[in-house]
Design a protein around this ligand. Structure first.
Ligand SMILES: Nc1ncnc2c1ncn2[C@@H]1O[C@H](COP(=O)(O)OP(=O)(O)O)[C@@H](O)[C@H]1O
Ligand SMILES: Cc1cn([C@H]2C[C@H](O)[C@@H](COP(=O)(O)O)O2)c(=O)[nH]c1=O
Length: 244
């Protein structure tokens, strides 16, 4: 019997990698699958993993109807044994209902992948509906970590390196946008230009640090370790710290 599975976790815990691995393993055994995604960081119609894999996928739009998608393809003679759905947090509730119907009435496995909650710790509508309907919800084993070393359970959004708790629920972005913010501006780098667009980034945190709004940038201990020694260009040597 086909199943609706939801593989979930924070950002950067390996969901897209697992999605592509599952596709590979099922394909290797002669099963036929269809890949879907929505607003992947690498661009439209794509499933991309930070491990470097990138595979074409059908882009899910607000008016995509999964029941119709499957019906049209099957009518044209395609065999569909399973469906991979990445970035499923962005799907609408009716789309998740359609996926459940595809499982139950067409006997097609649906393997869905997505983050559970947004930067305000609120459930995404698509994820909420998946939690309500899935046969199984599986939290990924690979743990994204907070800067303190604990398991990261929440996603923080940063704007120009500063954690925010207000804004649109959907904003495509990545976790490594924090890096520059941690070590401060690099001399000659104009990306810190105040007239430039704000840099949206994300950081995975444990609950305690999410609640306290403490990111790697505002953590006093980590900040001290990652700050480069101030370099006195006149002397050619490290000078006394100018910043507290
Ligand atoms: N350079 C690297 N070497 C080894 N593993 C990496 C590297 N870069 C990323 N990863 C792994 O990839 C994971 C992110 O995978 P990805 O599928 O892109 O995550 P998600 O879809 O959950 O955001 C990281 O948690 C890490 O385990
Ligand atoms: C927390 C949060 C994330 N997003 C976006 C940022 C990324 O583009 C995706 C998650 O991708 P990943 O493969 O899981 O890393 O979601 C968002 O739009 N709103 C949020 O609150």
């Amino acid at each position: 019997m086909a199943e609706l599975l939801f593989f979930s976790g924070t950002m950067d815990c390996g969901k897209s990698t697992l999605a592509l691995q599952m596709d590979h393993n099922h394909k290797a055994r002669g099963r036929r699958g269809l890949l879907f995604s929505s607003h992947d960081r690498a661009g439209e119609s794509m499933i991309s993993s930070r491990l470097g894999l990138q595979v074409p996928a059908v882009e899910v739009l607000p008016d995509t109807d999964f029941w119709a998608e499957m019906t049209v393809r099957q009518t044209m003679g395609a065999r569909i044994d399973y469906v991979i759905c990445d970035e499923a947090q962005f799907y609408t509730e009716p789309q998740i209902d359609q996926l459940a119907r595809v499982v139950d009435e067409m006997d097609i496995d649906v393997f869905s992948f997505g983050i559970t909650s947004d930067f305000r710790t609120r459930l995404f509508p698509g994820s909420r509906r998946l939690i309500e309907l899935a046969d199984r919800v599986q939290v990924l084993q690979v743990e994204a970590l907070c800067w303190c070393g604990k398991r990261a359970t929440h996603n923080a959004r940063t704007v120009d390196g500063v954690m925010v708790v207000e804004g649109d629920q959907m904003m495509v972005g990545d976790v490594d946008q924090q890096a520059d913010a941690v070590i401060g501006p690099i001399p000659g780098d104009t990306s810190g230009d105040p007239s430039a667009d704000p840099v949206i980034g994300y950081e995975t945190l444990c609950r305690r640090h999410h609640m306290r709004r403490q990111t790697s940038r505002t953590s006093p201990s980590l900040h001290a370790h990652q700050m480069p020694l101030p370099f006195d260009q006149r002397q050619g040597s490290a000078a006394a710290p100018a910043r507290g």
